[in-house]
Design a protein around this ligand. Structure first.
Ligand SMILES: [Zn+2]
Length: 391
């Protein structure tokens, strides 16, 4: 660690002083869950808290009303971004703990803002809407919000502390099958079933699983199963989520799944129309930066594993950010190991618990210290950049 003691202490004091406001923010977000792109209250509350410290907040970046950005420190030098997510899930609310991500990010930004000038650089808070399926960070990348940054970071709640966990590259495939309808009892021989082709797609994909590399996930569901029980289905449709550890394997598996749909359509004598929606890129964790974050966390009494192969991986638009700027996405426990996983009711309860807010405050301190250490150390920035460039 090359962070001067007095800056480290100033950050701890700042987060402690802000703790009430940060816990209040997390609690308000939790009680008012807003879906992707509709995080109006969340964006307003975060902006109010930042503005109350006399820091200007820009809104509406990347064509999203609920995105935001604030900067503090010395412009023209190195720049490090801290990212806040704040969208919730349908029905189950803040079961991914994004209310804590927001509180941690705002806490880190406000603390780093107090000492960024002394460290000789600028800290940037970026509010990124719609992580849950909307890809807000991708829109922000396209709008140039991540240009000119030396590093980007955020934290995510989990059931354990991990510095550098993987996230899978992902995309969605939609298949529409169009067959020939006929009376299912009186004249089945005239028809061609779109549903049979749809179901055969699942069977063919299952047969291909022996050829998938480790970490590949292909999971689908039928979105249209036919029109009536006495009609050979004219239309049927399904949707698949395809994920892999890197974009190359993702492209290979995508081609296999498409081939299965085409083969199934051919077997049934029906047409198939394909549509693809881009998902997220894989997460390229910057280990140099993750280890610095881990040192600051350890100094505060939390020892995080670097990786943990026992934990499954999802996908996040932070992956896309990690492809354009050196990034970290460490996880901090808000429940006991194995007790709950993201997107479950028990995890949602943990996002409103004391363990949840403790994790957010610990993340705030460690992120602020990592950011300030990066701003103050050209050697660390170079090491981070060298690792990123080598991948
Ligand atoms: Zn999440």
């Amino acid at each position: 660690m090359t962070l001067p003691q007095e800056l480290s202490r100033a950050i701890d004091d700042a987060v402690t002083a802000d703790a009430r406001d940060l816990v209040g923010l997390a609690t308000n977000l939790y009680a008012n869950p807003e879906l992707r792109f509709e995080e109006v209250k969340a964006a307003a509350w975060i902006s109010e808290l930042v503005a109350s410290r006399n820091i200007a907040v820009e809104k509406g970046l990347g064509g999203m009303a609920t995105s935001l950005r604030a900067r503090a420190g010395a412009a023209g030098g190195p720049r490090v971004a801290i990212l806040a997510e704040y969208d919730a899930l349908p029905e189950i609310g803040h079961a991914c703990g994004h209310n804590l991500i927001a509180a941690g990010a705002v806490g880190a930004f406000l603390a780093a803002a107090r000492v960024a000038e002394r460290a000789g650089g600028e800290v940037v808070l970026i509010g990124t809407p719609a992580e849950e399926g909307g890809g807000g960070k991708i829109k922000l990348i396209d709008a140039g919000a991540f240009e000119g940054l030396d590093a980007a970071m955020m934290f995510h709640p989990l059931d354990r502390d991990i510095l550098a966990h993987s996230a899978l590259a992902s995309l969605w495939l939609m298949f529409d099958f169009v067959g020939t309808p006929s009376h299912a009892a009186a004249a089945p021989h005239i028809g061609a079933s779109a549903l049979t082709a749809c179901m055969d797609t699942f069977r063919l994909v299952d047969g291909q699983r022996v050829h998938f590399k480790d970490g590949v996930r292909v999971h689908g569901f039928i979105t249209n199963g036919g029109q009536a029980v006495n009609i050979i289905p004219e239309r049927a449709a399904c949707e698949f989520s395809v994920r892999a550890r890197d974009v190359k394997e993702l492209a290979r598996v995508r081609a296999i799944v498409e081939r299965c749909a085409q083969g199934a359509a051919m077997a049934s004598g029906v047409e198939v129309h394909l549509k693809m929606r881009q998902g997220y890129k894989d997460m390229r964790n910057n280990l140099t930066m993750a280890r610095v974050f881990g040192e600051h966390l350890a100094a505060a009494g939390r020892t995080a594993k670097e990786t943990d192969e026992r934990v499954g991986a999802g996908s996040t638009d932070m992956g896309d950010v990690s492809h354009v700027v050196p990034s970290i996405h460490p996880y901090l426990a808000i429940v006991g190991e194995g007790e709950a996983m993201c997107h479950e009711h028990r995890f949602a309860a943990a996002a409103a618990s004391d363990a949840g807010t403790e994790a957010a405050l610990a993340a705030a301190k460690a992120m602020a210290k990592t950011a300030i250490e990066l701003l103050g150390s050209p050697a660390l920035r170079e090491a981070v950049r060298a690792e990123w460039s080598a991948r």
